[in-house]
Design a protein around this ligand. Structure first.
Ligand code: DX5
Ligand code: ZN
Length: 221
């Protein structure tokens, strides 16, 4: 049986009414809340941190929160997001001085750990830590902004990541992030992804004044 998860990226939500936006996408059938953390240092943009994650938990969000750290250094933010109620915590290996230690920090905190691969980052970062990751996240855009176009070469990289995961025999999720739309998600799934981040595709549909924007996009994914 296919075990696909849809993870709306709240980067494209209306931050002035974030709790309601998250409630809406979950009610529409989304499985996971994708939470993009940017620090204006590792990536050229600035977003939200652990206080906002905690606020969503206090608001009553019980769905998994998938924290995508685009920050450098990473370890301090790992601890803060564990305390803030994160479910998954993923980080970019180039941003950590000690990748193995950062992965262990996440699992020791009771969260699921993942590595994120930029378009030009090799999957060989997995070689010695495969047993310490619960998620492999492939970026299909360069990180920092929503609304960019899917980089087609990511499909081959997805197939390579899928082969590595299957060969390991470990229950590792394969997530894709960037430019995922209704019209390319089938090809992305065929290449091996099982967890799909979509920001602008989901939230812009709603903001375009279609009252069923979330439902129709999420249901068609
Ligand atoms: C980009 C973020 C993504 C972004 C995706 O750095 O990691 O999660 O929100 O947005 P879309 O789906 O619009 O490409
Ligand atoms: Zn992301």
């Amino acid at each position: 049986a296919q075990d696909f998860l849809i993870a709306p990226s709240i980067l494209s939500a209306n931050f002035a009414r974030l709790g309601e936006e998250v409630d809406n996408v979950l009610a529409a059938g989304a499985d996971v809340v994708h939470f993009d953390v940017m620090d204006n240092h590792y990536v050229p943009n600035l977003t939200i941190g652990p206080m906002v994650c905690k606020a969503l938990r206090d608001h009553g969000v019980t769905a998994p929160i998938d924290v995508h750290l685009m920050v450098k250094p990473v370890d301090r933010m790992i601890s803060d997001f564990i305390d803030a109620g994160a479910s998954y915590i993923t980080f970019h290996p180039e941003a950590s001085e000690h990748i193995d230690r950062s992965l262990q920090l996440i699992r020791d905190g009771g969260c699921k750990a993942g590595l994120v691969f930029n378009p030009a980052t090799p999957l060989s970062y997995l070689d010695y830590v495969m047993d310490k990751v619960d998620m492999v996240l492939l970026m299909s855009v360069n990180p920092g902004f929503g609304g960019q176009s899917f980089i087609p070469g990511t499909l081959d990289k997805l197939r390579e990541a899928r082969a590595r995961i299957d060969a390991s025999g470990l229950p590792i999720r394969l997530e894709i992030d960037g430019g995922v739309k209704v019209d390319n998600i089938a090809d992305i799934a065929a290449a091996g992804a099982d967890t799909f981040v979509a920001g602008s595709a989901i939230f812009n549909a709603h903001q375009a004044n279609d009252p069923h924007g979330y439902d129709s996009v999420i249901q068609r994914m």
